[in-house]
Design a protein around this ligand. Structure first.
Ligand SMILES: [Fe+2]
Length: 203
């Protein structure tokens, strides 16, 4: 689930009716370590608004927007998204989001067993706050997208269970940089716990 959220290039393929456009997967992506996690940043400049943004933000079907995805992972399993779009060329990359919409999305993933997890999420937005139908629309769109994720992730998990160690090693692309950093952080934390360093630090 963490890797799914850290690699949002999947929007283009898994969520074409809500969040995907043909500009997502090809956009440059930057992954970096932060003080306590991993941040992945992607800007998609001067592209069409995805269907979800058209419905929620009132962008026209041919209107160009500058769109961002800023993803913050905090171990072991929290992922916060800062996502949105603004009319192209109005300064969003420089920090002026006044001509656009911003949404914040929290994912609090809570593993249940080795192969199952709870997935709690919440969505906030900064526009049309006096219109409850927008909140409802956002909820439905995000819910639709996450159900699409579920289909893919369940199929992946079935393969992992069925073939396990006999699967060929994964092939990593640039878009996997954030997920790889997250895996390394978790491995480091597990190694620290196993060596007792975590217990000492807590004393
Ligand atoms: Fe997704």
């Amino acid at each position: 689930m963490v890797e799914n959220l850290l690699d949002l290039s999947h929007l283009q393929f898994v969520h074409p009716t809500t969040l995907g456009t043909d500009k997502v997967a090809g956009a440059k992506v930057k992954a970096e370590r932060t003080d306590n996690g991993v941040r992945v940043t992607r800007w998609m400049l001067d592209g069409v608004a995805p269907p979800f943004y058209q419905r929620a933000g009132g962008f026209g079907p041919d209107q160009a927007i500058d769109r961002w995805q800023i993803i913050d992972y905090t171990p072991p399993a929290f992922v916060r998204l800062d996502v949105g779009g603004a009319r192209a060329g109005t300064g969003a990359p420089q920090g002026d989001r006044s001509q656009g919409i911003t949404m914040r999305n929290l994912n609090a993933i809570t593993p249940e067993t080795d192969t199952t997890t709870h997935y709690f999420w919440a969505q906030a937005h900064d526009f049309k706050l006096d219109d409850p139908s927008i909140t409802e629309l956002l909820y439905r769109q995000v819910h639709t997208a996450f159900n699409e994720d579920l289909g893919v992730i369940e199929a992946q998990q079935k393969n992992l269970v069925a073939f396990g160690e006999s699967l060929p090693p994964p092939i990593d692309f640039l878009q996997d940089a954030g997920g790889l950093q997250a895996r390394r952080m978790v491995d480091d934390i597990l190694a620290q716990e196993a060596s007792g360093a975590g217990a000492k630090a807590a004393e």
